[in-house]
Design a protein around this ligand. Structure first.
Ligand SMILES: *Cc1c(COP(=O)(O)O)cnc(C)c1O
Length: 359
């Protein structure tokens, strides 16, 4: 318990104190997310086990719930947010949904700056939590517009792409890595051979990568990166000035090198074709009996590629990844066969390839 003998003396201190207490209490009411063991008899027979941490079960439906909580506490404890501050974020949607939830918890106005093609479901959810959406034509315009709105309102730009890597305590404190590792305790391969994640902000890969080193685990970290993202080329070259077309898998892959993507903690990058991500999203939805989002498909492609390499070397072990969000947010898009056909063409050959890899 914090020491409350010295009560906050100014209204600003009192507001800050109750804001942090409100987030703390919300956290206290929360449960951890499940680690799902995938039932894949063919791989299991060869001693390879796959697991997904189900981040879709957070109150706001994605792994961004963790990030939003961390960013709010970081901003509050830095003294950047006050009673009545307008909070602004540049987002591809999921972060804004989660931040709108926390803004409502604190009674603060929230503005999300997003590309016009962001899923209608996410836009509706931001509105549900009382947030306002500002839509721009192109992903590359979100950052400047968000900063401009913060300046105009005297508010605060949350800047997930800048602060994601530092807002979360990577040593532990029940972060996603620590939770995954403790949930693995009774498995036959409790220390995973690989952890596979996608990178949007890069915050999750930074937290997990640092945790692996700090705990001195032999586990390696792989980032599965969609076509069009700049992270793969940046990992090879280290050139921070690189830009790309941008990803077509919502939530991951960026058109510019984000400050929160920490290249040196990533052991391996795998570039994943969009048709493979979508085929894997469908296969996994079938396997689990419920729909998952496209970035989770990208993760599964990465896991299966690494499982194939392990199998070829006769290596046994476990591979962990994330179920980032549920498919219900993408019913009119990635889970709509007509839309997929129009956007990405035929995914059937990719589906057949992946089915074979699952055996
Ligand atoms: C943000 C996001 C990711 C990637 O997580 P980061 O920690 O930002 O790199 C993956 N999937 C979805 C759906 C996301 O919203």
């Amino acid at each position: 318990m914090p020491n409350r003998d010295h009560l906050p003396s100014t209204p600003a201190q009192a507001w800050l104190s109750q804001a942090i207490a409100a987030i703390d209490a919300d956290y206290q009411r929360s449960a951890d997310t499940h680690l799902i063991a995938l039932a894949l008899p063919g791989l299991a027979q060869d001693g390879i086990d796959l697991y997904l941490k189900d981040e879709s079960t957070h109150p706001t439906g994605s792994l961004k719930h963790r990030l939003a909580r961390s960013l709010f506490l970081y901003a509050l404890c830095n003294g950047w947010v006050h009673a009545g501050s307008t909070l602004v974020e540049a987002s591809s949607g999921s972060t804004a949904v989660s931040e709108a939830y926390f803004a409502r918890l604190l009674g603060l106005p929230f503005v999300a700056v997003m590309a016009r093609n962001t899923s209608a479901e996410k836009i509706a959810q931001i509105g549900f939590y009382g947030g306002r959406c500002e839509l721009v034509d192109n992903t590359s315009q979100v950052y400047e517009r968000a900063q401009a709105i913060a300046d105009e309102t005297g508010g605060h730009y949350m800047d997930q792409f800048g602060y994601a890597e530092r807002a979360t305590d990577w040593r532990g404190n029940n972060n996603i890595a620590q939770s995954m590792f403790s949930q693995m305790a009774r498995e036959r391969h409790p220390v995973p051979r690989w952890v596979v994640v996608g990178a949007g902000t890069g915050g999750t890969s930074a937290t997990i990568g640092r945790f692996l080193r700090y705990q001195r685990h032999a586990t390696e970290l792989c980032v599965a990166d969609p076509a069009g993202s700049v992270f793969g080329a940046y990992h090879r070259s280290g050139d921070k000035g690189l830009t790309g077309a941008g990803s077509r898998i919502e939530g991951i892959g960026r058109p510019r090198v984000e400050a929160s993507f920490i290249r040196s903690v990533v052991d391996r990058m795998l570039e994943v074709a969009d048709v493979d991500s979508i085929a894997a999203m469908r296969l996994l939805s079938e396997l689990l009996g419920r729909k998952v989002g496209p970035s989770t498909g990208t993760n599964l492609v990465g896991m299966l590629a690494l499982a194939g390499e392990m199998r070829a070397r006769g290596e046994r072990g476990s591979i962990l990844s994330l179920l980032c969000d549920a498919g219900e947010r993408y019913l009119p898009s990635y889970h709509n066969p007509d839309w997929v056909q129009q956007q990405f063409g035929d995914c059937a050959p990719a589906e057949q390839r992946l089915r074979a890899a699952l055996c």
